[in-house]
Design a protein around this ligand. Structure first.
Ligand SMILES: NC(=O)c1ccc[n+]([C@@H]2O[C@H](COP(=O)([O-])OP(=O)(O)OC[C@H]3O[C@@H](n4cnc5c(N)ncnc54)[C@H](O)[C@@H]3O)[C@@H](O)[C@H]2O)c1
Length: 321
């Protein structure tokens, strides 16, 4: 049994991680400033510290006596990062630097970090591998890449770290207290937006003339429970003075139209859609190579797109939005 600090544990991924890490028999302490998180998503078995990555006293208390940190806390809206790049650098980069300093002063040497496919930018070759070029096209992606580089540098001074580069995460976890699902405001992710589309608030489909089989963008989706399972495996795979980057996706792409069609099957009704022009900066196809996750973590995602959509829908039905 270990003591794990989960930063951002009141958020979508952090709340699922908190419950699953507790279920695996560990103690969990959560540090979250509730800026985008939800207190009611927090597992009551966890110890909760309300505080920010930019508060040295909160960090000092948070890292005390912990064996490892799973670091989810951060800002993650691509469009907001374009309008407020300083906020993204302060929270994601400076905040992580301060977290690492606090860990260092308490002798905490193990860290699993939420990185992103946004570090790669427009792909040259598909599927994207961990050694593919990194040319992020947004300040958000730049901040994630800077943290990956910071962790690599800290590993040369003794840190054990894994950057998990998520592709598109979806789905929800059912717990004895109800479903833990996605509740971002604003919601920019396709699956929750497909599920919430109404006749008077249709889904906007950006671009139907891409060079893809059905003309819509193709993305790689992974179920949140599979994703967090990979974090538990990553904790076990941490090695002294080593930093690894590992992609987490399903290794296959689904077009936006395929997502809509699958959602219509789950909902039992058509999804109202408005087709519009391409969104600047969107690559046509993003698909992960997950060979390294298979090899290093012994991980293979178990849940398919229909399961992601039906679990996200079940979570949606039980929550007020
Ligand atoms: N959801 C995805 O599909 C996805 C994909 C790639 C990467 N990520 C990364 O995973 C992480 C979690 O994503 P999410 O979807 O759960 O986001 P989220 O917004 O639901 O959760 C982030 C949590 O961090 C907290 N937080 C933010 N700034 C903080 C600060 N300065 N101090 C303390 N707590 C702070 C928020 O209150 C929130 O609870 C983020 O770092 C995100 O960039 C997510």
């Amino acid at each position: 049994m270990a003591q794990i600090l989960v930063t951002g544990g009141a958020g979508y991924l952090g709340s699922v991680a908190t419950s699953m890490v507790l279920d695996a028999g560990h103690h969990v302490r959560v540090l979250d400033d509730l800026s985008t998180g939800h207190l009611d998503a927090l597992d009551e078995r966890a110890e909760f510290l309300e505080g920010s990555l930019d508060d040295p006293r909160a960090l000092d208390e948070a890292v005390r006596d912990v064996d490892a940190v799973i670091h989810f806390a951060g800002k993650s809206l691509v469009a907001e990062s374009v309008t407020h790049p300083d906020l993204y650098h302060r929270t994601n980069v400076d905040g992580t630097r301060q977290l690492l300093e606090a860990m260092n002063s308490h002798g905490v040497t193990r860290c699993v970090f939420s990185s992103s496919a946004a570090t790669y930018g427009e792909p040259e070759h598909l599927p994207l591998r961990e050694d593919s070029p990194t040319r992020p096209t947004s300040p958000y992606g730049q901040t994630k890449l800077l943290v990956d580089q910071m962790l690599a540098e800290a590993a040369s001074r003794g840190l054990s770290a894994i950057s998990l580069r998520y592709f598109n995460v979806a789905g929800a976890l059912e717990t004895s207290r109800g479903w833990l699902g996605e509740r971002h405001h604003p919601e920019t992710h396709l699956i929750p937006n497909v599920l919430s589309a109404e006749v008077d608030q249709p889904l906007t489909l950006f671009g139907t003339d891409w060079d893809t089989p059905d003309g819509t963008c193709v993305r790689d989706y992974v179920h949140v429970v599979d994703l967090i399972d990979a974090h538990l495996r990553a904790l076990d795979a941490l090695e002294n003075s080593r930093h690894l980057v590992i992609n987490l996706g399903s290794g296959r792409g689904y077009s936006n139209r395929e997502v809509i069609t699958s959602a219509e099957a789950v909902l039992g009704r058509p999804v109202p859609v408005i087709e519009t022009t391409r969104r600047p900066g969107d690559p046509a196809v993003l698909v992960a190579s997950i060979d390294r996750a298979r090899e290093v973590l012994g991980w293979t995602p178990q849940r398919d797109l229909t399961r992601m959509i039906s679990d996200a829908y079940a979570a949606r039905l039980t929550r007020e939005f």
